[in-house]
Design a protein around this ligand. Structure first.
Ligand code: PLP
Length: 719
């Protein structure tokens, strides 16, 4: 590489006694392992905060004499050795779940393709839920010893940073992120060269380098077209996540699917199962058919072999969430390609047909459904909605027999748990609680945690959120980003004693961020109650091209700015994983108000539940199967009614009623010792029932048992 990306950190002289700190910093395993996190934090606690918990940056910036000093400190060296011992044992992978359950499968490798991966703030290559799910999937695959490799993009400019103007509008700023401060290495081919690929996309010849990120035992390979030999246009191809127009997007997906397969070949990796996480990467099926046809298979045989070894996860019932490319663009980039699959233009285009496309558009989900034999939606409800939505592709079958199953999303508990609560669970559920996270019997023991202890920890978590918010506002003000009048709407008047409701997600209109403001007088009554106040914290980005979404943000921010709401409503800028942790750990109630049935699953409420936050949500997505009547609040949606106004009115009424008649009084009903017993009972019921079900431990096991293993077994031996 002409740009030695790790130079900054590696030019730091690390004392020989601590030389493996660098190795730890370059494997994201540290991010979900408390022993490793503490090791970095202890090097320089203020710098740890300033770098937003980024050990690569920390090691580059820490004063060398500090490291020398630590190398002489016996207690630090003991911690260092202990963390490395855990790391080495982890990587040896001796007794993993996968080995025990599926050890007899021959040379299994699962290639997991995703347009985004949300792993850590130091690699900003995700926008939201889809990416976080992919990141959590990789971390859990690593923990369970599942032989998975990830394939995605390095977006040199990542996703945008959000700023709110003094007038309350979202501004999107893209900035190159510092690769030298990110835990990435150039990926090498088996012969030891830096992996480079060249992909012909129509008449464009696009070169790319490949970066490698270590996620515990799972390697992730990222394609990057920002290389000097490319034209500016091609360099920009992978610059931004979801940044360009439809043509840019088609080229990105060409590169991810088709380039991704070629990249794996160049790396010497031979997957047995290919998993397309969402339709963005579905072109991978075409490239594999092409390979087989070029080796002499008939088109039909090649298709069948590819189908049997392909897993596809669909993620949204929102029609605009499925990529559809016009045929003139498909012609531009696939002329000359379909012949290599053994297809005519008509037969090729038919692979992406849907009844709605009327022979005009190529639908990526339709392509994936035709060429993957193992398909799932991301919650039970979403599985059913998907079966109905795609029923037309299986005209002979009743909808319930359409071969789309479901695996409900989950979250990676070690990533999302608050450190204080981790200690408490360690004490009462056992130090290995996270490894047994899907064990229902273990979670029964939350009932034994003394109320006072649980409440005290929850209050600490809440205070941490409030000080995070306050420090953000302070530094924004000091740096001149915030005017004095905006400081209040950024949450500086929030009170850690007041019932706090969090709402943080993408500002897509169907998520109805403004539902709570429908009856402003009624809301004010809740907020202003002197003895039992309620406060609201909002965060989230709207896609820059989503005008209605931007408008929703403006509306929410104007409520935050309204002095009549008394600083009880706050909007926190630039929602990302780092902030999400504080929010899902620190609020009391997690609010979610999607318009049924458009929330495929949702995962933020699962993170909240794991941290003792109570869910108050429309019974849609994961919550439809999670809610049992005693573990949180469910808003029963108005089903089968097409009138959006009526649906919104109905859902808002329920929301107000639950807050007014149940939530507020339960929260403020205290014993003599100040502990809200009823609230804690609800919290424990939520933990007991939700934590074991909505974790990736359960989820990845289901992917392996129900989708990956069948795909491996049916892979022809000649493959
Ligand atoms: C968890 C998470 C999401 C997904 O949450 P939803 O429940 O789908 O809204 C989105 N963004 C960030 C930063 C997250 O951490």
């Amino acid at each position: 590489m002409d740009t030695p990306q790790a130079a900054d950190a590696s030019s730091q002289t690390i004392p020989s006694g601590l030389s493996r700190l660098m190795e730890l910093a370059f494997n994201l395993w540290w991010s979900w392992t408390p022993e490793a996190r503490r090791l970095f934090e202890h090097i320089d606690p203020p710098l740890w905060v300033l770098t937003h918990h980024n050990p690569v940056e920390l090691l580059a910036k820490v004063r060398p004499d500090r490291l020398m000093h630590l190398a002489e400190d016996p207690s630090y060296m003991r911690q260092y050795s202990a963390a490395l011992k855990i790391f080495d044992e982890y990587r040896q992978n001796k007794h993993s779940w996968f080995k025990t359950q599926h050890g007899d499968l021959k040379a299994p490798t699962i290639a997991y393709f995703s347009a985004e991966f949300g792993l850590h703030r130091s690699i900003p290559i995700y926008s939201g839920g889809l990416g976080i799910l992919a990141g959590d999937h990789c971390k859990e695959a690593s923990d369970l010893g599942v032989p998975l490799v990830g394939i995605g993009f390095m977006y040199p400019q990542g996703y945008f940073r959000q700023r709110i103007t003094p007038e309350g509008w979202q501004e999107a700023a893209y900035a190159p992120f510092k690769q030298a401060e990110s835990p990435i290495h150039p990926a090498l081919t088996p012969s030891g060269d830096v992996c480079r690929i060249t992909v012909e996309i129509g008449s464009r010849v696009v070169a790319a380098v490949v970066w490698k990120v270590l996620v515990g035992r799972v390697p992730l390979y990222l394609i990057d077209t920002d290389v000097p030999e490319n034209s500016p246009e091609n360099r920009a191809l992978s610059a931004r996540l979801y940044g360009g127009d439809q043509e840019m997007r088609l080229c990105q997906e060409f590169l991810l699917g088709i380039g991704g397969v070629r990249m794996l070949r160049a790396l010497g990796i031979a997957p047995t199962v290919w998993h397309a996480n969402e339709g963005h990467s579905a072109f991978l099926t075409l490239e594999r058919i092409r390979e087989l046809v070029q080796k002499g298979s008939t088109h039909a045989d090649a298709c069948e072999a590819v189908r049997q070894s392909t897993v596809f996860t669909t993620h949204t019932p929102v029609p605009a969430g499925h990529d559809v490319f016009p045929h003139h663009l498909m012609d531009r980039y696939f002329t000359g390609y379909w012949e290599q699959l053994g297809l005519s233009r008509e037969d090729f285009l038919r692979l992406g047909d849907t009844p709605e496309s009327q022979g005009q558009g190529f639908n990526m989900t339709a392509l994936a459904l035709r060429l993957a034999a193992h398909v799932n939606g991301v919650s039970r409800e979403h599985g059913q909605v998907s079966r109905e939505m795609w029923h037309h592709m299986w005209p002979g079958l009743p909808a319930e027999q359409v071969p789309i199953r479901s695996v409900t999303n989950g979250i990676h508990a070690p990533t999302w748990i608050a450190p204080e609560l981790n200690l408490l669970y360690g004490k009462h559920l056992g130090p290995e609680w996270a490894e047994k996270c899907d064990n229902t019997a273990m979670w029964q023991r939350v009932l034994d945690i003394p109320d006072q202890e649980l409440w005290a920890v929850r209050q600490t978590m809440k205070r941490k959120l409030m000080s995070f918010i306050r420090e953000r506002a302070r530094s924004g003000w000091m740096q001149g980003h915030l005017q004095a009048s905006q400081v209040i709407s950024r949450g500086t008047l929030l009170d850690p004693e007041a019932l706090t409701i969090g709402f943080a997600r993408r500002f897509a209109t169907y998520k109805r961020a403004t539902l709570l403001f429908r009856d402003l007088e009624r809301l004010k009554q809740l907020l202003h109650n002197q003895w039992r106040p309620v406060q609201l914290i909002f965060a989230g980005k709207a896609h820059p091209a989503d005008e209605p979404g931007r408008y929703f943000i403006h509306e929410v921010v104007s409520f935050c700015d309204d002095h009549k709401l008394g600083g009880h409503v706050a909007f926190i800028e630039n929602y990302d994983m780092h902030m999400a942790k504080f929010l899902v750990q620190g609020v009391d109630i997690w609010l979610n108000t999607p318009r049924f049935p458009l929330e495929a699953s949702g995962t933020s409420g699962q993170k909240a539940a794991l941290n003792g936050v109570i869910n108050l949500s429309v019974l849609d997505g994961w919550w439809k199967e999670g809610h049992n009547g005693a573990n949180g609040w469910g808003i029963e949606p108005l089903v089968g009614n097409q009138d959006i106004q009526a649906q919104d009115e109905h859902d808002a009424q329920q929301l107000y009623r639950i807050l007014e008649q149940e939530a507020v009084s339960l929260y403020y009903q205290r014993d003599l010792d100040g502990v809200p017993r009823g609230w804690l009972q609800l919290m424990k019921e939520s933990l007991r029932t939700n934590a074991p079900r909505f974790c990736t431990k359960r989820m990845v096991k289901e992917y392996v048992d129900n989708l990956y293993a069948p795909a491996m077994v049916r892979t022809p031996s000649t493959w």
